[in-house]
Design a protein around this ligand. Structure first.
Ligand code: BDR
Ligand code: CA
Length: 309
């Protein structure tokens, strides 16, 4: 089994990523670390606890992380995920508590003590991972790889130039993209292929299972906000793509290229500058996803969600 840590900001699609990460037979989810992003870190942490509680994942440590970006003021995504960060279905209060360690300390601790390298899956802003690397650079040698949902080759979603996770904390993203460990970047070009269509919703609901129904309820809310904000007829389920890329790298078709993060810019802060044509004269630092094997992605995601009661 591949050992992973999920660093996230749940978030509707983060919740789906968590369900996939915790039950896929090829993965061993060591911990969930939370970060400010879609909402304040108190809220994203509470949401992680709620999802784990509801899904019976009581054994997974959940640690609360950074409450704001490294240098900027936070800009939450209430228009997409609501005031709680996980609006829509009524979710019972969590029956679990956060571990007492801060997420950054837990990341450092798990990585320093690891007997085999650990893969980090990041589905929120990169503040926790950047802070851990800054505080304890030795952790890098035990990071097997980092699979990141973030960035775009072309158009952004939070601004015309930038994708939300990178835009929220560009300085952290810059630090992580320069860390020297293998990075898989799952940009919007990939995640916009992972659409929760009516047929996907039907497959989740037809099982009649409790957790699959919960996933469908989350996606129904996500579908509404994506329609209002972007006019999409089905919402892109971004975050589980970064988990799927660890389970089966071949699910993503990608290229090794240089990615730099725009930390200045009047209009372009948080843009991922993808050097597709090799203009920058710097070696590649990321494998950037271009396309997704969509049927395989949904089979893997839905089949895993159906393993919950
Ligand atoms: C990313 O932003 C968040 O709103 C989602 O959870 C996802 O991680 C997509 O841009
Ligand atoms: Ca997210």
């Amino acid at each position: 089994k591949e050992k992973i840590i999920l660093d996230c900001d749940p978030g509707h699609d983060d919740a789906i990523a968590l369900l996939l990460a915790a039950h896929h037979p090829q993965l061993e989810l060591l911990a969930v670390t939370t970060v400010a992003g879609n909402q304040a870190v108190e809220k994203t942490s509470r949401n992680a606890l709620k999802v784990c509680s509801l899904a019976g994942l009581h054994h997974i440590p959940v640690a609360r992380g950074m409450e704001k970006p490294l240098v900027r003021a936070p800009g939450f995504a209430a228009d997409i995920h609501g005031e709680t960060g996980l609006d829509g279905p009524d979710i019972p209060e969590p029956v679990m508590s956060l571990v007492s360690m801060h997420a950054v300390d837990l990341l450092i601790d798990l990585l320093l003590r690891a007997e085999e390298p650990i893969t980090l899956v990041a589905t929120g802003p990169l503040t926790n991972i950047a802070t851990a690397l800054e505080r304890e650079p030795h952790i890098a040698r035990n990071i097997k790889a980092i699979s990141i949902m973030g960035g775009a080759i072309g158009l952004g979603n939070v601004t015309p130039a930038a994708e939300f996770n990178i835009w929220f904390d560009p300085e952290a993203a810059q630090k992580v993209f320069q860390c020297g460990r293998p990075i898989t970047m799952i940009p919007l070009e990939v995640t916009h292929q992972a659409l929760a269509t009516k047929e996907i919703m039907r497959r989740l609901r037809s099982s009649g299972r409790r957790v699959a129904n919960f996933a469908a309820d989350l996606l129904a809310f996500f579908a509404d906000t994506y329609e209002q904000v972007f006019g999409f007829s089905a919402p892109p389920v971004h975050d589980p793509c970064a988990v799927a890329a660890v389970i089966d790298p071949a699910i993503i078709e990608g290229h090794d290229i240089r990615v730099e993060i725009e930390t200045g810019g009047e209009w372009s802060a948080g843009r991922t500058i993808c050097d597709v044509y090799g203009k920058i004269q710097l070696p590649p630092n990321a494998r950037v996803g271009y396309s997704l094997n969509v049927p395989h992605f949904w089979d893997l995601t839905i089949n895993t969600i159906l393993t919950y009661e």
